[in-house]
Design a protein around this ligand. Structure first.
Ligand code: ADP
Ligand code: ADP
Ligand code: ZN
Ligand code: ZN
Length: 878
């Protein structure tokens, strides 16, 4: 198969791809070496993922499914096979992708890595039980099982309550004036009011003037009386009608306001309703398990003096210290080193409150010498489990995750952290002969953490595996055995393999955007003078996660990068404390503009302590441009999110055909009934449930993905119907709508920010975090700029090729030139060097971080000895 000009040495084992045409790939032939560390590079949208994930990984998956489940063949055909002529020499593949979409709330560091199940085994087999308590099973230590869960909070750790204050925010209003904000809207709310009239309650007096007894009954009663209702009658007329026993309009059943909220939250199928009622619920730590989610018997069992909840709260670095003696078989005669580890753990535990484990032998401060005798069997079991646990924890520590605790829930982790967790799990699976396909593993990593990641990848390769990595980080590209550069541009302007060979060989490839950056001297791009601050936003006493009483100031009217190793506290400072404090000051309760799609969960208060000391006067708005999805269902997309779809629908509604048929703009929405396809309700897809596998989406059999019904599709504007418009890329649409400013303007902004290759109807669920972030930024740029806004971005470089980073930076610099303030959390040192000010947090992660190590213009921060960022930043100015 190999051709004379094939750059691959024939001695190398290869995966041979011929005629790949997935998405934008242009009939690509490429030989990818096996048993090597291969990086796929190229600008966003060039086709790297289409080759690595869409073709290679998808084909490996398909072959795997076929081998294990022949019956799945029909379904696989329906979902689609990669568009490629042939692939030879492809081993089975494991994908470690950045997750898109929401992970389950109940998953945690411990469950993702499966370390928790071993810890449960440890407690079951080798824990210290109170006298007379029988031994428990491992499942008894899991809050996700009915036998382990705390019965008060059902294993959630929180109980949700509704209070008079939350349900009646304005007690000067009467019931008629909607004092009870938590009541259902529209007819149902009116119905409840009319029932109260029948029952003789005064619905016209201000809430606060009602007798306490009445208020409590209305809010908290569990009774559900059914009474006659006289709709539209005044209270006096109702009383008269009751006396005369007139025929009522209907019989209505009352439900207490709290019961309505809790009942709706627990049972409704509607995300909107759930979200609506969740606003009236406040979460507090469960008083029975104190947030530990387990039943009292399980919490009464200890290991090294800690219950399993306490153990799970320890950072992995500490957990390793706690397990070390047991792993060496030391139980009674604890050596000094571990003793100090234990007492540190114990000191920490003392601050957490002790569970009332009625009559526990271990009330009060733990004393390791009082650890009861363990039977030889128990000791052996404990030693083996602890030893194994230590090995797995060590891997996580090596990947720079030692600051995490087992009970940390995955939604609070960055996607990069989650990917590294999964990678660590793989390192222990002892697989070989496998292809690992990874998506930007360096995302979220400080250059100092990169080393460990590269070592871990190297370890997988040495064990006999292949690594196919989509990556933008230039250092990682330099370290690769093989580089496959895809391009030259995005979308239809990309899709070709520009180069395939050892990294050094890319230098001579003209047309490669990667080559320009990989071989450029860093200093060339950094000749700019930092702006002077127009003022200072000063925060005092910031306490949040690992930040303790931090004083910090941000320059206004400038571009600031907050740096530091992973886990040092950058996000705690910027995405949490800064956003909350400024948001609170501005009266923007939740500052994130994208909270609308958030899963309905009542907020559990984890407030930031601290205050704004000065500088907030000039700020009128706070905008957080993060990488969270712009929507969690295929119903939201680029066009709906940016608002340009509204303008497009108006154009369609104004066509002669639409006017003759009386179609309004709503007819062209796939989110409401009328114009959309009834089968898929406008989704274009139907979901197919696979036994034992995640369910997949298949194109709708009625509209074949068009999302609209026949009638709607008969209407055209400029020769295209609405479905065809949604299939256009931003760049195609720019030409098509050139004369329609309301549509053209947002399209031009999307193009300028490097998203010209996206299709208008591309579902939110298919967009990467970096794409979502840039869509938000483009949407924001449509607004009039007034120079009084604080923009906060968390790692904007994620998912971006250096060439795309430059486009993004030009936009951000433009915002600052307009007088706005921009604060970034960032690892990419090219970006950091181009900022006006740097705040370096650290020096380390978790407890050894959380302080301002250096603060100043980039060139000044370079000189700070204690900063772990400085040596890397210095190279940018070399
Ligand atoms: P990269 O990984 O280099 O950023 P991708 O392989 O994700 O690029 O995308 C290459 C092209 O294929 C882009 O034009 C993108 O819009 C398109 N594309 C990506 N995913 C899909 C999809 N699921 N369906 C159709 N087109 C897609
Ligand atoms: P960075 O952004 O620098 O990577 P973070 O601010 O995310 O660091 O984390 C700083 C410290 O705070 C770490 O020890 C981390 O484990 C902890 N932390 C961050 N978020 C949470 C959270 N939601 N719950 C508990 N601990 C957290
Ligand atoms: Zn509980
Ligand atoms: Zn359909």
């Amino acid at each position: 198969m190999s051709r004379p000009d094939d750059p691959t040495p024939s001695a190398m084992r290869c995966v041979r791809v011929r005629g790949a045409r997935e998405h934008n790939l242009k009939n690509v032939d490429v030989d990818v070496p096996r048993d090597a560390f291969v990086v796929f590079s190229g600008v966003s949208g060039s086709g790297k993922s289409s080759l690595a994930f869409g073709t290679l990984y998808a084909e490996a998956q398909r072959r795997y499914f076929e081998s294990v489940a022949p019956y799945a063949r029909r379904l696989i055909d329906q979902v689609g096979v990669p568009d490629v002529d042939s692939i030879d020499g492809l081993p089975p593949a494991v994908a470690l992708q950045q997750q898109r979409g929401a992970p389950s709330v109940r998953s945690s560091v411990g469950s993702v890595t499966t370390i928790s199940s071993q810890v449960r085994l440890l407690y079951s087999r080798a824990g210290t039980y109170p006298a007379k308590q029988p031994m428990l099973y491992a499942e008894d230590f899991s809050p996700n099982t009915s036998q382990g869960a705390c019965s008060n909070c059902h294993g959630l750790g929180h109980v949700y309550e509704v209070t008079e204050r939350s349900m009646v925010p304005d007690d000067s209003k009467s019931i008629r004036d909607k004092a009870i904000a938590s009541w259902p809207p529209a007819w149902h709310g009116q119905n409840l009011r009319d029932i109260l009239v029948t029952l003789g309650y005064d619905v016209d007096r201000p809430w606060r003037e009602l007798p306490k007894k009445d208020r409590e009954w209305i809010l908290y009663t569990e009774e559900q009386p059914t009474v006659p209702v006289y709709a539209g009658f005044t209270p006096a007329e109702t009383r008269a009608a009751l006396r005369k026993k007139l025929e009522p309009s209907y019989q209505g059943t009352f439900m207490g306001a709290r019961r309505y909220v809790l009942h709706t939250f627990a049972t409704t199928q509607s995300a909107l309703m759930k979200k609506r009622v969740a606003r009236f619920m406040t979460g507090t730590v469960c008083p029975v398990c104190r947030g530990k989610r387990l039943k009292p018997e399980a919490l009464a069992v200890t290991f090294a003096g800690l219950d399993i909840g306490e153990l799970s709260q320890l950072p992995l670095d500490r957990l390793a210290e706690v397990l070390a003696p047991a792993a060496q078989g030391l139980f009674d005669d604890v050596p000094t080193r571990s003793k100090s580890a234990l007492s540190r753990a114990a000191a920490r535990r003392d601050t957490a409150r002790r569970v009332a484990a009625g009559g526990s032998a271990h009330a009060g401060a733990p004393d390791v010498r009082r650890t009861p005798d363990l039977s030889p069997e128990k000791r052996l079991a404990a030693q083996r489990i602890a030893h194994d646990l230590l090995g797995r924890i060590a891997t996580l520590q090596e990947l720079g995750l030692g600051y995490l605790s087992l009970d940390r829930s995955t939604p609070t982790l960055s996607s990069g952290e989650l990917q590294r967790l999964r990678l660590a799990t793989q390192l222990h699976s002892n697989l070989f002969g496998v292809v690992y396909v990874l998506d930007e593993p360096t995302a979220g990593l400080h250059p100092a953490d990169n080393e460990a990641l590269l070592r871990a990848l190297e370890q997988l390769r040495r064990a006999g595996n292949s690594l196919f990595v989509v990556e933008h980080d230039l250092d990682t590209m330099r370290r690769a055995d093989w580089l496959i550069d895809v391009g030259p541009g995005a979308g239809e302007h990309g899709g070709e393999v520009l180069y395939s060979g050892p990294p050094a060989g890319l230098e001579g490839v003209t047309g490669s955007q990667t080559a320009r950056y990989l071989f450029a001297s860093a200093a060339a791009t950094q000749a700019r003078t930092p702006r002077a601050a127009s003022g200072w936003l000063e925060l005092r006493g910031v306490t949040r996660n690992n930040l303790r009483g931090l004083d910090v100031r941000f320059p206004l009217g400038a571009l600031t990068a907050v740096t530091g190793v992973s886990g040092s506290g950058k996000s705690s400072l910027v995405s949490q404390a800064l956003v909350e404090l400024v948001g609170e000051h501005l009266g923007q309760k939740v500052a994130a503009e994208d909270d609308e799609d958030d899963a309905a969960a009542p907020s559990v208060a984890t407030a930031t302590a601290g205050r704004i000391h000065a500088g907030v006067e000039g700020l009128r708005r706070l905008v957080r441009v993060d990488q969270r999805p712009i929507g969690r269902t295929p119903r939201s997309n680029l066009a709906t999110y940016t608002g340009l779809f509204d303008a497009v629908r108006k154009l369609f509604a104004a066509t002669p055909t639409a006017r003759a048929r009386r179609y309004d703009a709503g007819r062209f929405s796939f989110n409401v009934a009328g114009g959309r396809c009834d089968t898929c309700e406008g989704e274009g897809f139907v979901s197919v449930e696979l036994l034992f596998m995640p369910s997949v989406y298949a194109p709708c059999p009625t509209c074949h993905g068009a999302r609209y019904n026949e009638k709607t599709l008969q209407v055209t504007w400029g020769g295209k119907n609405i479905a065809e418009v949604l299939r256009m890329t931003v760049d195609e649409a720019r030409g098509f709508f050139a004369d329609e400013p309301s549509v053209h303007r947002p399209l031009a902004l999307l193009h300028d920010i490097g998203l010209g290759y996206l299709r208008l109807g591309q579902p939110a669920t298919e967009l990467s975090g970096g794409e979502a972030q840039r869509i938000k930024l483009a949407t924001e740029l449509q607004r009039a700029q007034r120079g009084d806004t604080l923009y906060v971005l968390d790692e904007p470089s994620t998912g971006l090729h250096p060439a795309d980073v430059d486009k993004l930076m030009a936009r951000l610099q433009g915002l600052v030139d307009g007088g706005n303030t921009v604060v970034l959390v960032e690892h990419d040192l090219r970006i950091v060097a181009a900022c006006d000010w740097v705040i370096d947090i650290g020096p380390g992660a978790g407890d050894v971080g959380g302080r301002v190590v250096a603060s100043g213009p980039p060139r000044a921060v370079c000189e700070v000895e204690a900063s772990r960022t400085a040596p890397y930043l210095r190279r940018q100015f070399a």
